[in-house]
Design a protein around this ligand. Structure first.
Ligand SMILES: [Zn+2]
Length: 552
């Protein structure tokens, strides 16, 4: 038998020998030691834990690689106001909105100079040229430092770089001391007031301009998207079977497509080259917030062909970013998470076994509630609205005498607490008296979730929280705005948290953690000193074995 097998074994050895030689030609990846030279903080806007779970088996490239690191599928944006600005504010500060001040994308400060006009989270309204629609972009409202600022405090040679389609993502991840910060405006990337676009940004913008001029074909539908590819009537149109055809000169359609993420990754990699990130005298941080998933979720919902195509493209774009860093030979560590989750549009939820989903009733519009609170309280205001609101925060006009304001608050609470679409409503007094929550974020009460979003100077006199499955978009606009997030429910709070570094031990920890744990985790890995009590989160031990990346 042995003799008979010998020639066969020999030929196999020869064949395998070729493979082995090819294998030896590749450098064997060595697990790096010491702090990484570059932190790559990726935020995928509106990347819910649900989307990650649904598409995880389909990932083949960047997201597949990150799924081989330390995987926390239940990361929590633990606060109630699950919007983009608060969500990004938690990612690299280690603090919740109750401490960092970013309670919403937009709020009111009725005692301040803007009175009944809104304030945008990433503007500096001290500049008279600034307005929420055309803000002087700034991290003025962020009350705490970011990871990049802690790194720069430890060694001024550290560079803090942030790119996104959204200015607020750049400012909340980058913070007050940004070496390079770029976001999308109109039909190209722009930067901070008084700064020039770098040659890398000029080059990326030129490529985008060429693409916008030519337009582009729709994306090819991946095989796994066939079932989702179905038009669903919504508002005055349909959603669910789009593939992102791009007619010439349509920058808004470009933005609401996977091409926005591709351009953001183009800019991130160009900045890596231009600034030699990860090769300097101290570790650098590159924050990349990819906004297309959010724009697509809002425009088309989360369960159609559009999101299915986006999930494949997102995987590809993240892979492209990581491959670029590999080619440069940079020792980098990645954290990927999200600013909030999301909910599909009620029209498709209704078809797909969730008939309790609905659009918010017009009786809960700020205008209707303002009038109703006036009637019920007997408080009359001749000049200006009695109540102004953004999201769940409702503010009584300060033209109302202080002794009458409580009557308006009580009337508003009575009205909305009787509404079946309202899960809970609290006065600012009630929230101020509530202790800051602790323990597992999935078990927090609604009031505790609201407390984590509460800032006495910025939150509403009344905070209104909608029932599960209620979408606060009364009139859907297909292609722009049909589905959203922002609720206290876990479909909006739960996001993946993935950490990856070459050679690290892979493990999965399904128990809930918080996005405010990211900064303390990275601070420990970088060996930075921060003041005691600087974080709301805790360090996560990413060793996965007997070692401990949090120190003793
Ligand atoms: Zn967002």
């Amino acid at each position: 038998m042995r003799r008979l097998l010998a020639p066969l074994a020999l030929s196999l050895t020869t064949a395998l020998g070729v493979v082995a030689v090819q294998g030896q030609a590749k450098p064997v990846p060595v697990a790096p030691t010491g702090p990484p030279r570059l932190i790559v903080a990726i935020s995928v806007d509106q990347f819910s834990g649900d989307l990650y779970a649904q598409y995880r088996p389909t990932y083949r490239y960047g997201l597949a690689r990150l799924g081989q690191g330390a995987v926390f599928p239940a990361g929590f944006q633990s606060h109630a106001a699950t919007e983009t600005c608060p969500g990004h504010s938690t990612l690299l500060t280690g603090t919740r909105p109750a401490r960092n001040g970013i309670i919403a994308n937009t709020w009111f400060e009725p005692d301040g100079p803007r009175k009944t006009k809104p304030i945008y989270c990433a503007e500096d309204e001290r500049d008279p040229a600034s307005s929420p629609r055309n803000p002087v972009v700034s991290a003025f409202h962020l009350k705490v430092p970011t990871l990049g600022e802690y790194m720069k405090a430890a060694n001024p040679a550290s560079r803090n770089v942030a790119v996104s389609a959204k200015d607020r993502a750049v400012m909340m991840m980058g913070g007050h001391q940004i070496d390079a910060g770029y976001w999308w405006k109109g039909a190209g990337f722009v930067t901070l007031n008084g700064r020039q676009l770098s040659p890398a940004a000029v080059r990326v913008n030129a490529n985008v301009t060429t693409l916008l001029g030519k337009g582009a074909k729709p994306f090819v539908l991946p095989a796994n998207c066939t079932a989702a590819n179905r038009p669903i009537p919504v508002g005055k149109g349909f959603a669910g079977n789009g593939a992102f055809a791009l007619p010439p000169n349509k920058p808004d359609l470009f933005r609401t497509s996977p091409r926005m993420d591709a351009a953001t990754v183009d800019l991130a990699t160009a900045l890596v080259d231009e600034m030699n990130l990860g090769k300097g005298a101290a570790p650098d941080v590159l924050s990349v917030s990819l906004s297309a998933t959010d724009y697509i979720g809002h425009a088309t919902g989360t369960e159609g062909s559009e999101m299915c195509i986006q999930m494949a493209q997102l995987d590809w774009q993240i892979g492209r970013l990581l491959d670029h860093l590999d080619k440069k030979g940079i020792d980098y560590m990645v954290v990927l998470s999200s600013d909030h989750g999301g909910l599909d549009m009620p029209e498709r939820l209704d078809q797909q076994a969730y008939p309790r989903a609905a659009r918010v009733d017009t009786s809960l519009s700020p205008e209707v509630l303002s009038k109703a609170a006036g009637v019920k309280s007997g408080v009359v205001l001749l000049d200006g609205p009695l109540v102004v609101a953004d999201g769940g925060d409702y503010y009584v006009n300060r033209a109302v005498p202080a002794d009458q304001r409580k009557r308006v608050v009580d009337a508003l609470l009575t009205i909305v607490r009787a509404n079946p679409q309202v899960a809970a409503a609290y006065s600012s007094e009630e929230l101020a008296k509530t202790p800051l929550p602790a323990g597992s974020p999935q078990d927090w009460t609604i009031k505790e979730r609201a407390r984590a979003s509460f800032d006495p100077a910025r939150s509403g006199d009344v905070v209104i929280l909608l029932e599960r499955g209620i979408t606060p978009i009364p009139e859907p606009m297909p292609g722009a705005y049909i589905a959203t997030h922002g609720s206290v429910w876990d479909y909006d709070r739960r996001v993946p948290m993935l950490f990856w570094r070459r050679g690290m031990r892979s493990f999965e920890q399904p128990h809930p953690v918080e996005t405010v744990d990211i900064a303390p985790t990275l601070v420990a890995i970088l060996g930075l000193r921060v003041p005691d009590g600087a974080f709301d989160g805790r360090c996560l031990d990413l060793d996965g074995g007997e070692g401990n990346t949090c120190g003793s």
